[in-house]
Design a protein around this ligand. Sequence first.
Ligand SMILES: Cc1ncc(COP(=O)(O)O)c(C=O)c1O
Length: 418
Amino acid sequence: MSISRRPRRRRIRQFRSCAERPGVSPPDPQDISVKKKGQGIVDRLAFYRQDLGALEAAARLRGLTPRRGVDFSSNDYLGLAQSARLRAAIAGALERGVPVGAAGSRLLRGETEDQTAFEAAAAGFFGAEAALGFGGGYVANFAVITTLPQRGDLLLMDALSHASTHEGAQAGRAEVATFRHGDAGHAEDVITTWRRGGGTGAVWIAVESLYSMDGDRAPLDDLMGLADAHGFLMVDEAHATGVFGPGGRGLAHHLEGRDNVVTLHTLGKALGGSGALICGARVLIDFLVNRCRPFIFATAPSPLMAVAGQEALAILQDEPWRQAALQERVALFGAEMGRRLPQVPLSGSQIVPLIVGPDAATMDLAAQVQARGLDVRGIRPPTVPEGTSRLRVSLTLNALEAEVIRLVEVLEELWPDL
Ligand SMILES: Cc1ncc(COP(=O)(O)O)c(C=O)c1O
């Protein structure tokens, strides 16, 4: 455990590049001569080239590649991104004059009827008192974490929380601590230590209900007990919304509506669009409207995404077969893996990390699987901890059952003997 106490006044933080995370050290900008006295600029881009070179040498260079092959990598779990109903909803909205862009922040003429109606419907659907839309889950997490926990509070997050939570923690006012992944007992120990050390504020426990890179679940009920005793529970439902809980209402649905629970539901994963909703007590949502800088000083999400979101919620209610079909794909993948690669542990959800270990072997395996027409991506540090590079198999309705079986055949053929 590490609790970082924050000085009352902090100097403006220097933003770090992703490369500064553990693993690959970036070059020191001071060591790279970009300017020689009296000679003007020598090479403005030297630092960036060298940083990328270091990543490449460590087999960690990323690049953007066009989507190709059967989808085993997206978060479009229910296949809604391409659905006829979402397309029709957007087309209908354009037809009735809904603008493409919000044209301003929500507080400055950016408010649209579609967004307001969607938030009201979504709050009702998820069981919260109120909901507020953001352009994406990353910014929503960052926004909430930098706005709700106050100076003197403790932000206590699972060690494997999403990058947006970590970034929010660094930029926020509260003291920050982590607890071992999925370990509510350790979370309690951290709180006890913090209280003994004089911590008197609220504790904000931040977790994902279904972890994005591991596909496992947070012990929500145990953490809720801690939150009831000490403060608040923030649940990022990004990968559970639409997939788990009654009618796709998420794994924290039974907690939703409590005054000390804040949830995040993304629209860009199972719901097939883009954007996110923060759900919680009305007073917390009003506080965000008044105090949350990423909300106040940003153009509102496109009203078309509110239309898409509302339609997606209707699809969840009208077409429950989608969740059932996804669980069948998960079961099929599990059964086939059990037959062909029984030594590889599985998560039991639609996100299946197949841990390889070394970065290069992982990316090599991913490339070979992709070359057979199956789009599985390799995930390396810093996205996941050192030594746990993996194939992240994402099961969605975009892959047919026969393609799921084919994937396991290919994995059996290529699985490295490490
Ligand atoms: C757990 C989690 N939270 C938040 C986000 C960010 O959501 P968005 O993609 O909508 O920005 C992601 C994205 O993958 C995620 O996995």
